[in-house]
Structure formats: C-alpha cells, structure tokens
Write a protein of this length. Structure first.
Length: 202
C-alpha cells in the first residue's frame, strides 16, 4: 500500500488531485470527480492524523481499509423484482440474545442493532411467561415472552420485540423483514401472537 501512496503524493502528503488520480488509475474509478475525493477527505477530517493539506500515509490506510472503500459495492445492482424465495437473505439467529446462548440476557437491543446492520430475518423463540398468573394480572398481552428455552438466559416480552422491529425494520433497507417464530405456545397464546403481529401497539 505504500507504493501507490508514494506514486500519487508529494512530500508525504496526497492532495485531492493526487487522490483523484489514484481513484482513476489504480482503483479503476474512471468517473471519479472532485466531489468523490472531497467525501473521502471529509470522512477523515475528524482524525488527529489528518493534515490540513491532504492525506498522510496513515490517513490513506484508514481510507483503504474503511467503509468508503469496501470490496463490494453497497449499491444494489441485482434484479430485485423476483419472488422473495429467489434471494439469499441476511439472517439473524436468536436475534434477541446479548451474548452466548446459554446464560446471556435477552433484550431488544440486539434486534435493533441487527436491523440497523441490514439483517432481514429476525428469529424469536416464543414461550409462555414463566409467571403466567402475574402476566395475566398485569395485562393479557404480557403472557408471551422471548427466551432461549432450556437455558439460563433471561427473557424479554414479545411486545417489546415487535415494537423494536416495527421501529427499526426499514431504517437502513427498504426490503422486507421476515420474522421467524420458534413456537412453544398453547393454541390460545398462538392466537394472541397472531393478533399482536397484525396490530403492534406503540
């Protein structure tokens, strides 16, 4: 990586013009414009390693290994009009767990993070509330919880998970979100879940 930097820099600094030449001749971005170089410069300006006149070697490394220089284009270039079954999907497993599958906590935070990272399939394991009498006493919608059964993991209420999915599902992607349920419920609780999924309260 040092040689390309030397080829398009002067006195240890790569100017915007030098970066444009690098983008065109090395990266093959023949349509690169000054705006593209400016985006790269601006993405690095907050770093103490960024000199005012241009990129030094360390800032150049940061660009090469950063999000603006990913090996795959983030732009959608495939035909996205086929049926859903024609595609591979970015899938979460036990999407509600904060850590290991034996003793970690269940929370909506991993669900939110997964959706913000572009995950399109969220898995929830549904169980009757451990204290079903208390759940019914405090509201009939709290008698289903999400947890990894047969383990020491804690639980999180299903409605909290559904609200998080509703809020974050389309923040970074317009494509459908699939929710898979590992179902350990009785028939009456299954009916409640079906209704809850149709009308998720705020």
């Amino acid at each position: 990586m040092e040689q390309p930097f030397r080829d398009y820099s002067e006195n240890g600094t790569m100017s915007m013009d030098g970066l444009l030449k690098f983008l065109s001749k090395v990266q093959g971005q023949n349509n690169a414009k000054e705006d593209d170089a400016e985006v790269i410069f601006n993405s690095l300006k907050h770093l103490n390693i960024f000199p005012r006149k241009g990129l030094n070697l360390e800032a150049f490394y940061r660009y090469l290994l950063g999000d603006l220089n990913t090996p795959l284009s983030p732009r959608v270039h495939q035909d996205m009009t086929a049926p859903l079954a024609h595609y591979f999907m970015y899938t979460g497993h036990n999407s509600y767990l904060t850590g290991n599958q034996f003793s970690s906590k269940s929370s909506v935070r991993p669900i939110k993070k997964a959706l913000q990272n572009g995950v399109r399939v969220i898995e929830l394991d549904l169980w009757p509330a451990r204290n079903i009498k208390s759940a019914v006493l405090h509201g009939g919608n709290n008698d289903v919880e999400v947890r990894h059964g047969g383990t020491l993991t804690t639980s999180v209420k299903l409605l909290k998970c559904l609200r998080a999915i509703k809020e974050f599902a389309f923040q970074v992607s317009e494509y459908p979100v699939v929710i898979t349920f590992e179902d350990h419920l009785t028939a009456d609780l299954q009916e409640k879940v079906a209704k809850a999924c149709c009308i998720v309260p705020r």
